[in-house]
Design a protein around this ligand. Sequence first.
Ligand code: SF4
Length: 246
Amino acid sequence: MARETIRQLRLYLELLQEMGVDYLPRGESRDRSPSPTPSTREEKPAPPLQPDMKKLDSAQTNPQLEAVRAEMGECKRCPLWKERKTLVFGEGNPWARLMFVGEAPGREEDLQGRPFVGQAGKLLTQFLQTIGLSREDVYIANILKCRPPGNRTPQPQEIEQCFPFLLKQIQAIKPKVICCLGGVAAQTLLGQKVAITRLRGQFIPWRWDIELFLTFHPAYLLRNPGQKRNAMQDFLKLKEKLEGSE
Ligand code: SF4
């Protein structure tokens, strides 16, 4: 437990350092702080970020989600199946309140069959950890389940074939918030062209009582580290939203 806490703290500090923060002000020691007033002491603890645990059985199964996977099978609905090593369906908490949607698997994801496991995935994991979440707390998927050659941008006909399955995944998971990572995810879910830089950090009412939230794709942040500070602010907003919606 202590080792895990230290590991998370180290990741958080690494992220801050990458964002250009090289000094942290020293806080007051807890022992020297004035005693809390009675009203402070009676304050309720912050609600957990986690979903209603009653919904989670021991195996964390979601039959509706499994049915979507079964329906996809060894999908050949668009030409991307020809070059894929693995179909990357998605992973995480099948009852997650927070779902992330990216663009498409990259090389590492194609090899491992898991979303966001390369360098961009490592950064996403770091951001999650800074708001007290792990990958297992959320659900992570992509617009496309197969890697486009050379990581090129998905083509409209590929999205047209694959997107209905993402919609079915969303209907099965029933998240409160979907965080779109990057322009392709945002444009596909919103059904219109959007500028991430203009709409990021906002909650947008969507269908099925779900709100969309837009932020940068972690791969973009690797190329533009100056935006990590803004991305961190976005993740803090996500945390606030989840805490407030319990
Ligand atoms: S990208 Fe989607 S639609 Fe195309 S083959 Fe893969 S799973 Fe099927």
